[in-house]
Design a protein around this ligand. Structure first.
Ligand SMILES: Nc1ncnc2c1ncn2[C@@H]1O[C@H](COP(=O)(O)OP(=O)(O)OP(=O)(O)O)[C@@H](O)[C@H]1O
Ligand SMILES: N[C@@H](CCO)C(=O)O
Length: 293
């Protein structure tokens, strides 16, 4: 038996659509695997009632297939599905790390990234790796078709999760098909600024590089109260605010001493919009951890 804690993640970080990701210290899924002749999946925890236990439909089923590693699998969800916090990816990442150990497949963490990404194709139609990479490797990650680079960065964050669901599949439908040269130049400048900020563990620089003129404005329209929550976070001292993943969670970066105030301001703004929400005061953290084997 192997048990793995796989962290929630925030993808895109504004300017790095489908490329940037970050592991969060909390929340997390806990995935337990045991060898079995046939694969079975049991799901408990947050939002378990919305998650299929059929291996064809659950993200971990694709990981079992890719590793040829049938197992009795228990997923204890800490990351709510359809949250923008890499819920589907956390289970896939945890299963990839756990099954690799259980069956002694000997794959490196980097080699497990494309395997876990197969799970993302099951739910969103695209095997994007920007959530599974940080959930496996930890830190700030840059993922391209050439592979993934991970950087340890100590950056305080707040993620505010409203009590509504947005599916990645739906949120990908509003992504514009083209961008202008002006938008391209602005995005490259911001993404480069953010990456330098991560390398320096500088929250102000990371925040300055989060702005994205192309995808985020379209996604923000799907989140009731987004503009007010964003403004409230900035008023409380956030250095940058954007949609987390495909939403509806909203991500704010700030200095440590501002985290509590930023979280309270975001919750108040959602409440003023008539929406219940919860805020996680978190930071960039480590990847999947083996708890027991
Ligand atoms: N193990 C799993 N954990 C969570 N959701 C799963 C799992 N397997 C299948 N799903 C399905 O995936 C969908 C949620 O994934 P989706 O990508 O939409 O949200 P997310 O992972 O929270 O968001 P994001 O990728 O934007 O961070 C739900 O329809 C859920 O039923
Ligand atoms: N990059 C993906 C992450 C969400 O799973 C998106 O924004 O659609």
């Amino acid at each position: 038996m192997v048990t793995v804690r796989a962290p929630a993640t925030s993808a895109n970080l504004g300017s790095g659509f489908d490329v940037f990701g970050a592991a969060l210290t909390r929340p997390a899924d806990v995935v337990t695997v045991e060898k079995a002749a046939e694969t079975t999946i049991e799901v408990t925890g947050v939002g378990a009632q919305y998650i299929p236990e059929d291996p064809e439909k659950n993200t971990v089923g694709a990981v079992v297939e890719a590793l040829d590693a049938p197992a009795r699998i228990h997923i204890d969800k800490g990351v709510r599905p359809a949250s923008g916090l890499g819920s589907s990816a956390a289970s896939a990442a945890g299963a990839a790390v756990a099954l690799n150990r259980l069956y002694d497949r000997g794959l490196s963490r980097s080699e497990l990234v494309p395997i876990a990404a197969e799970g993302e194709a099951v739910v969103s139609g695209v095997a994007h790796s920007d959530n599974v990479a940080p959930s496996i490797l930890g830190g700030f990650t840059v993922t391209t078709s050439e592979g993934t680079h991970a950087v340890d960065a100590s950056i305080p964050l707040v993620v505010c999760l409203p009590d509504v669901a947005v599916s990645t599949r739906d949120a990908r439908r509003v992504v514009p098909e083209t961008a202008s040269m002006e938008e391209l130049v602005e995005t490259v400048g911001n993404a480069a600024t953010l990456a330098v900020g991560m390398c320096r563990s500088d929250p102000d620089l990371v925040g300055a590089g989060m702005s994205d003129p192309v995808v985020t404005p379209e996604r923000a329209r799907l989140i009731t109260g987004y503009d007010d929550v964003r403004a409230a976070a900035f008023d409380a001292g956030a250095a940058g605010v954007t949609v987390s993943g495909a939403g509806p969670a909203i991500l704010a970066v700030c200095r440590d001493e501002r985290r509590r105030g930023v979280a309270a301001a975001m919750l108040d703004a959602f409440s003023d919009a008539g929406i219940d929400a919860r805020a996680y005061q978190t930071r960039i953290g480590r990847g999947s951890t083996v708890l027991e084997e």
